[in-house]
Ligand binder design. Structure first.
Ligand code: CA
Length: 363
């Protein structure tokens, strides 16, 4: 072989060998996705941004399971965009993912509220059954399809608390004239009882309650409410969360970006979202138990249920509000009817399973 041929042969062999070695690395580089997730909650908030089952935990799980092929950079509220701009940012494709709650998009899509919580609606078990195995998730994505969006449940607070009141609630008359912080459909119910509804962000609840700008407030449950110091501003703590029997954390995604992911990465996202849905709820249940004991034992909080007559009236008014609102547009009506059909089915099962069990263990 002439020297020139030798050189050519060695170059060819080297390229082949190099090619064999480089092929997976090249495929891998092409197959690596660097995404951004914004969050409507502030940095350092347990459950909402940090801790087991939180959005940052979700990002870490996805990175680990995909061996770094899907790398999602998390931005807490205000770090990249203001808290409630996630919907538009994800829709435009500026960012790929947003963590928050669908009921904050009620101004754009009224029906979106049904995918966070409904007063006297589904608890954690019920909402998961509806979402995963009774068409709820498909319906959610049908609603979002026109916006180029897709969503998954990624967390749940579990049942919340009615909230904090400066004076006891003995009858529905005690609501008349109260100024209360409460978001969502439940606010419309309270309005019918003469409550002046205030839509304050989380961070403004404590100072407003302490200064008497508001007389009552709901936030989440014992752990989160204690963290905000709400027990220092009001002592009557009513249970249980008729207004939010569970509360779904939304993983909102740009549909084009989602479709661009290979099937294995989509499977990882789905599994991690499901894992965080479970883990965030388990964490909430574990911490709420201790926090409520501490509030009652060490902070003079009076925790009690609302009188039966008050609950009955709230239930009647909720049915009225939902009937009025769902009649307003066909999409809301479709979601409402789907949700209610499953709620009634789940309620009848709970009536002969969970309800007697709770009765057995509390008596
Ligand atoms: Ca709440």
């Amino acid at each position: 072989m002439k020297r020139r041929d030798l050189l050519k042969a060695s170059v060819t062999a080297g390229a082949a060998a190099g090619g064999l070695l480089a092929a997976p690395a090249i495929a891998r580089a092409k197959d690596t996705f660097n995404w951004k997730m914004t969050n409507m909650y502030p940095a350092g908030a347990p459950f909402y941004t940090v801790g087991p089952g939180s959005p940052t935990d979700f990002c870490a799980r996805v990175k680990e399971m995909s061996d770094g092929r899907l790398n999602i950079q998390h931005f807490a509220a205000g770090e990249l965009i203001p808290p409630k701009e996630g919907f538009d940012a994800v829709r435009s494709g500026t960012i790929e993912m947003n963590a928050g709650n669908a009921y904050y998009w009620a101004g754009k899509i009224f029906a979106a509220q049904y995918f966070t919580t409904v007063p006297f609606g589904l608890n954690f078990q019920g909402v998961n059954a509806w979402m995963y195995h009774a068409g709820g998730l498909e319906l959610w994505n049908e609603v979002y399809a026109d916006y180029g969006l897709t969503a998954l449940p990624m967390g749940n607070t579990g049942v919340q608390m009615t909230g904090w009141f400066k004076k006891p609630i003995e009858s529905v008359k005690d609501f008349d004239g109260l100024k209360m912080r409460i978001p969502g459909l439940a606010g419309k119910v309270y309005e019918k009882l003469g409550v002046a509804v205030k839509l304050l962000p989380g961070g403004e609840i404590f100072p407003a309650l302490e200064r008497g700008v508001i007389d009552a407030a709901e936030f989440v449950g014992p752990f989160q409410d204690r963290r905000m110091g709400l027990h220092k501003a009001a002592k009557y703590y009513y249970t249980t969360g008729w207004h939010e029997p569970s509360n779904v954390t939304e993983l909102l995604m740009n549909k084009k970006a989602w479709d661009s992911l290979p099937k294995d990465l989509q499977a990882i996202v789905k599994s991690c979202a499901q894992a965080c849905n479970l883990d965030s709820h388990a964490w909430s249940e574990a911490n709420n138990a201790d926090a409520l004991t501490d509030l009652v034992t060490n902070h003079g909080v009076i925790a009690q249920t609302l009188p039966d007559a008050v609950v009955a009236e709230l239930k009647t008014l909720t049915e009225q509000v939902l009937a009025e609102k769902s009649a307003a547009d066909p999409l809301t009506k479709k979601v409402h009817d789907h949700f209610m059909a499953f709620r009634d089915k789940h309620r009848s099962w709970a009536a002969i399973s969970e309800k007697p069990y709770q009765g057995m263990i509390s008596s």
